[in-house]
Design a protein around this ligand. Structure first.
Ligand code: HEC
Ligand code: HEC
Length: 209
């Protein structure tokens, strides 16, 4: 009997997968992404452990949600960690242990998970106007003008900003203020983070959570 472990069936399986390039590649990427997320790989733990089994994040610990974030955004963040352009000891270490295929696959995987994509802007919070209109006096454009309708992100690599833990949100704003998070040419977030007052930051974090 030929078991799946038999070397001949392995060779045949490999030959078959070579005959089905596009579909096989897509399903390879899909299973690689899911496997990284739920099981990890050599020296890299499952992303689940911190980011939740649905990629929903862990608010109490301040671990961000990954579900539904734009794939190219996620992929870029992993590259920034790899190159030390975005600072975080844990994520820099994991990113450096992963290859480009693993990173692309896991980014694809999380981008396809469902996530809450709206925020209640009727909430009477002082900073609600920043989301839809920005502030002329402070020179801040409306957050939603880049982050998409209701903050759900857009497909140009701009992430959703809805549903992140407040502690994570404030950490990121501080990272931009102090230059700990990379600013690529044309990335407006450092200027924006520096223009917001402390009170606005805290209020936005609560509004968007
Ligand atoms: C031990 C906990 C832990 C594990 C395991 C972990 N992460 Fe993270 N991750 C974090 C923390 C903490 C942050 C926030 C870091 C920061 O402030 O930049 C983060 C941030 C991220 C971000 C940036 C999110 C954003 O919105 O910009 C990505 C992408 C990411 N992790 C992907 C992964 C992937 C993929 C895996 C699995 C291979 C993984 N993480 C495993 C703790 C973890
Ligand atoms: C002109 C476009 C633009 C505007 C306006 C803008 N952003 Fe951003 N924002 C970006 C881009 C681009 C990124 C991704 C940066 C990167 O790749 O690291 C980003 C990233 C972020 C992130 C990081 C998300 C994560 O998962 O780590 C947060 C939080 C954020 N923006 C909040 C805001 C808030 C709040 C406002 C309004 C006060 C705002 N942004 C206005 C373009 C914009």
């Amino acid at each position: 009997m030929i078991t799946p472990k038999h070397p001949l069936s392995l060779i045949m399986a490999l030959m078959l997968s070579a005959l089905l390039p596009a579909a096989a590649w897509a399903s390879h990427t899909q299973s690689l992404g899911a496997s990284e997320a739920h099981h990890g790989s050599r020296s890299v733990p499952a992303c689940d452990l911190c980011h939740g089994d649905q990629g929903q994040g862990e608010p109490r610990a301040g671990y961000p949600k990954l579900a539904g974030l734009d794939a190219s955004y996620l992929q870029h963040q992993m590259l920034f960690y790899q190159r030390g352009e975005r600072h975080n000891n844990v994520m820099q270490q994991y990113a450096r242990l992963m290859n480009q295929d693993q990173i692309r696959a896991v980014a694809e995987y999380y981008s396809q998970l469902p996530a809450p994509h709206h925020v209640d802007i009727s909430a009477r919070r002082p900073s609600a106007q920043l989301l839809t209109q920005g502030s002329v006096e402070q020179g801040i454009p409306a957050c939603f003008s880049c982050h998409g309708v209701q903050g759900g992100g857009n497909s140009d690599g701009i992430p959703s900003i809805v549903g992140q833990p407040p502690a994570y949100f404030i950490d990121q704003m501080n990272a931009w203020r102090t230059g700990q998070r990379i600013v690529e040419e044309g990335d407006p977030m450092q200027t924006i983070a520096r223009s917001l007052t402390r009170d606005q930051l805290v209020d936005l974090a609560q509004l968007l959570k």
